[in-house]
Every structure is written in structure tokens, then in C-alpha cells.
Write a protein that binds this ligand. Structure first.
Ligand SMILES: [Zn+2]
Length: 318
């Protein structure tokens, strides 16, 4: 049983991982400086505890993957940041501990994307939680760096959790006739989704929802389509304090905050992705709430403010 699942996962490392594994060697050298030694960061949001969990770091080939709105702006940003063509990029997941429930938002990459990633489970345990204590897993979208950590060797990592994913997102990636609609770099997502969701579905632990629904007291799903068809953020509120978990609204902050019109080449609908990013940035800057982002430097929690035509990120101090 495990062998057949492993066999299904195996081609993934050759296909989906194209977007990452070619750059793993470069990223490894940066991993130690991009994550705190502990790999987790805890803070209070009203009565709720929020824990940022590092999955690790990969090297994003910025020139190859970022799609410019203005010629030369990616290279200008890299030069300004004194960084090379590939940028060490965090992968972050977030635990929301309400006291009543422990809710994990995204799971990292598991074994899908190489040895510099896949550390969410380890860092969850370092933060004092066992995987069996997780009551729910909310997925922002089904790319392997967000859903891959649901399984380990074909087995569920979170045996007591209900996995909840936007209905449009689940239907899109569970229908292989959509494979021609996505960039080759993420076509392996169809295999990853099958491998990661099937064991939870078999347990009756997979549910879908519609964006806009309140999923738990104080937690609402927010529609952010464009990066994927059902890409979803989660708004968490406790005692009047707000944190919005963005998922992949931003992949490369040094470029996409100064110019939110810059996209990434595997966005499913780039114009929609731009609209979702601009809306979220404007709202966060105007209202001043905290944001948690999957690919902004660990812990990925901070605030956004407006400057000129773009935005700047102010991280919380880890
Ligand atoms: Zn991602």
C-alpha cells in the first residue's frame, strides 16, 4: 500500500519539483540564516496564540519566474537588495491555537520538494504540539509547498484533523483534464493533490467550503483567486485584533510590494492575481492589521504600509 503511494509520488520529484529542485543546492547555504534556530515563532493575537512554523527555504529563480510589468524592474530590485538571480525564499505555515481548537493553516512541502523544505512537522513539535493535537488543517491552495506536508510516506501526518479546502480549488486540481491549463512547472500538482488528499478523504476527513464562509468562531475564508482558481486567505480575529493569512499573494516581497502588478509565471490567472494582491495590500495598509505570508522571510508576519505607488513590509521581530 505504501509502495504504491510512493510510486505515485515519485514522478512528482521529476515534474512538479522542476520549479524548485534545480535550485536546492544554492538555497541550502542560506537556510541557516533565513530561519530562526528554533523554526517557530509564537505571538498572541487577542486570546489566540499564533505560531509561525518554518518549512525551510528554497532559492527562487527571480529572473526566470517573476513576470515584470515594467522592463528591468526585477533586476533593479535584486540589485537594490544586493542579492543574486536566485533569492532565498521562506516557506511558512501558521498554527492558530484558539484554546478550544488547534488549526493549522498550510502544511509546508513534506517530502515533495527536496531536502531544504519539509520541516513544518518538526517545528510544530519544537513549538510544543503533537500532530495528533491538530483539529483542523486549512489549506490556502493546493500547490505542493502548502499541501505536501499533509502526508509522510503515504500516511496522514494529522490523523485527527479535518482538512478543509475551497471547493473550486479542490475540484480544479482533482480533475486531470485541467492539466493543459497550468504552467508545466506546476503540472505535478495534480499528482501531489491526489497523494495528499486521498488518505484524508478515505478517513472522511476532507471537507470543502465556499470563500466567505466563517469556518470557526473568528476565522473566515477570504477569496483571493488568481494564483490558483480557489486560492484562499484566512481572516483571524480575536478581541478586536486581526491577522489575515495571505497564502501566496506575495512570492517575492522586494519586487511585488513596490509593484503589485508583477506576477509569477505559474499564476493561473495573472490579472486576477494582480487584482487580489492590490486589494489585499490596500486593505492591510488602510486598516493596519497583521498579515501572515507564506513566502515573506520567516516568520512571515508583519504589517504593510503605503509608500509612493507601492507598499513596504514591516516584520514583527522574531
Ligand atoms: Zn507557495
Amino acid at each position: 500500500m505504501n509502495i504504491s503511494r510512493a510510486a505515485r509520488v515519485s514522478p512528482l520529484l521529476k515534474t512538479l519539483a522542476v520549479m524548485l529542485t534545480g535550485f536546492i543546492a544554492a538555497s541550502g547555504a542560506h537556510a541557516a540564516t533565513q530561519t530562526t534556530a528554533s523554526g517557530f515563532y509564537k505571538m498572541k493575537l487577542g486570546a489566540v496564540t499564533v505560531v509561525a512554523l518554518s518549512d525551510g527555504v528554497f532559492a527562487l529563480p527571480a529572473g526566470q519566474f517573476m513576470v515584470e510589468a515594467h522592463k528591468g524592474e526585477v533586476q533593479d530590485a535584486l540589485t537594490k537588495a544586493h542579492t543574486g538571480a536566485t533569492v532565498p525564499t521562506s516557506v511558512n505555515a501558521f498554527l492558530i491555537d484558539t484554546g478550544a481548537k488547534r488549526i493549522l493553516i498550510d502544511t509546508g512541502s513534506g517530502a515533495f520538494l527536496g531536502p531544504t523544505l519539509g520541516e513544518v512537522e518538526k517545528h510544530l513539535e519544537a513549538a510544543g504540539y503533537q500532530p495528533g493535537q491538530i483539529d483542523e488543517v486549512l489549506i490556502t491552495h493546493l500547490h505542493a509547498d502548502h499541501a505536501g506536508g499533509l502526508i509522510n510516506n503515504g500516511q496522514v501526518v494529522y490523523p485527527n484533523a479535518t482538512v478543509r479546502v475551497d471547493e473550486n480549488e479542490t475540484h480544479f486540481w482533482q480533475d486531470r483534464t485541467n492539466i493543459a491549463k497550468v504552467d508545466p512547472s506546476v503540472q505535478g500538482t495534480f499528482d501531489a493533490v491526489s497523494a495528499a488528499l486521498t488518505p484524508y478523504a478515505a478517513l472522511g476527513h476532507l471537507e470543502t467550503f465556499h470563500a466567505g464562509e466563517q469556518l470557526e468562531p473568528g476565522i473566515t475564508a477570504v477569496s483571493e483567486p488568481g494564483h490558483t482558481p480557489g486560492h484562499t486567505g484566512y481572516r483571524v480575529e480575536s478581541d478586536g485584533q486581526v491577522l489575515v493569512v495571505w497564502g501566496d499573494l506575495v512570492h517575492l516581497a522586494m519586487v511585488q510590494l513596490p509593484d503589485p502588478k508583477v506576477t509569477i509565471k505559474f499564476d493561473s490567472a495573472p490579472a486576477d492575481a494582480v487584482a487580489a494582491r492590490e486589494k489585499a495590500l490596500a486593505d492591510a495598509a488602510r486598516k493596519g492589521y497583521l498579515v501572515a505570508a507564506a513566502h515573506i522571510d520567516f516568520p512571515g508576519i508583519g504589517k504593510v504600509s503605503k509608500t509612493g505607488r507601492g507598499y513596504v513590509w514591516t516584520p514583527v521581530k522574531p
